[in-house]
Design a protein around this ligand. Structure first.
Ligand code: NAD
Length: 250
């Protein structure tokens, strides 16, 4: 199904080679946006080819979101191809499970860099263009850290709670430019990394803890991103929207 909520808009989605980022890219494109998908993984080019073959306006670029120069290049590629930027989706993230007592400073720094510092880097690099379009920024947080505690994810939880602080502060600062900044807190979403990390028993236990009795799909998150990127949400800024099948209310 295709729609037109984002006709004429240009979006960047980071970490879009698989999982939630890929799902977000598809939903934005289905609503008419031109989309730049980026990742550190070269699989990103395959996703672009697949989307192009379905008639969507998509280009791919390799960018490590922790590297300011590569992020600048990603913005430059976007402007060269599509001349502007309306929507920035800060999705790239990692979640290496490990007990806090085994965690090294390197483990901590890596997760905080990829999940949190990257959002500062990407937002900073995109700001001039987003100001010009009165754009929208959507940050991928998580229920872990921002709503509930999560074992074996102390670094990740800290990064995702940090994203909420950053989201609220930038929403206040950028309101004068007409830029809205919101965050999404998914519960358990079916992505290749989650499927690899979960045993069949873990999966069963996860589903049991979710009132709607299923994991989320990347498409569920993509639809919420479309809402937050479109005028349908024009009075919403600085918010955390939980999308977890009811997990955190039970
Ligand atoms: P995933 O591992 O399936 O995909 C993440 C993508 O990010 C990969 O393609 C990877 O190559 C890319 N990436 C990693 N480091 C990068 C870097 N330095 N620069 C650019 N790209 C990089 O993950 P996912 O499950 O789709 O999660 C996507 C986002 O959603 C993450 O921020 C994650 O924390 C968040 N999230 C996921 C879940 C879930 O259940 N899957 C729940 C809550 C929040």
């Amino acid at each position: 199904m295709t729609g037109s909520k984002l006709d004429g808009k240009v979006a960047i989605v980071t970490g879009a080679a698989q999982g939630i980022g890929r799902g977000i890219a598809y939903e934005l494109a289905r609503e008419g946006a031109s989309v730049v998908i980026s990742d550190i993984a070269t699989d990103i080019h395959k996703v672009a080819e697949e989307m192009q073959s379905e008639g969507y306006h998509v280009i791919s670029t390799i960018a490590d979101v922790t590297d300011a120069q590569q992020v600048e290049d990603m913005i430059e590629t976007t402007l060269k191809e599509f001349s502007k930027l309306d929507i920035l989706v800060n999705n790239a993230g990692i979640y290496p499970f490990m007990p806090m007592e085994n965690m090294t400073q390197n483990d901590w720094d890596k997760v905080l860099d990829v999940n949190l510092k990257s959002i500062f880097i990407c937002t900073h690099a995109a700001l001039t263009e987003l100001k010009a379009q009165k754009g929208s920024i959507i940050n991928l947080s998580s229920i872990a850290g921002s709503v509930i505690g999560y074992e074996a994810l102390a670094h990740y939880s800290a990064s995702k709670a940090g994203i909420m602080g950053f989201t609220r502060a930038t929403a206040l600062e950028f309101a004068k430019y007409g830029i809205r900044v919101n965050a999404i807190a998914p519960g358990a979403i079916k992505t290749p990394t989650v499927e690899k990390a979960m045993s069949p028993e873990d999966l069963k236990a996860s589903i049991k803890a979710i009132p709607l009795k299923r994991l989320g799909d990347p498409q569920d998150i993509g639809r919420l991103v479309v809402f937050l990127a479109s005028d349908d949400s024009s009075f919403i800024t600085g918010q955390l929207i939980v999308i977890d099948g009811g997990q955190t209310i039970s």
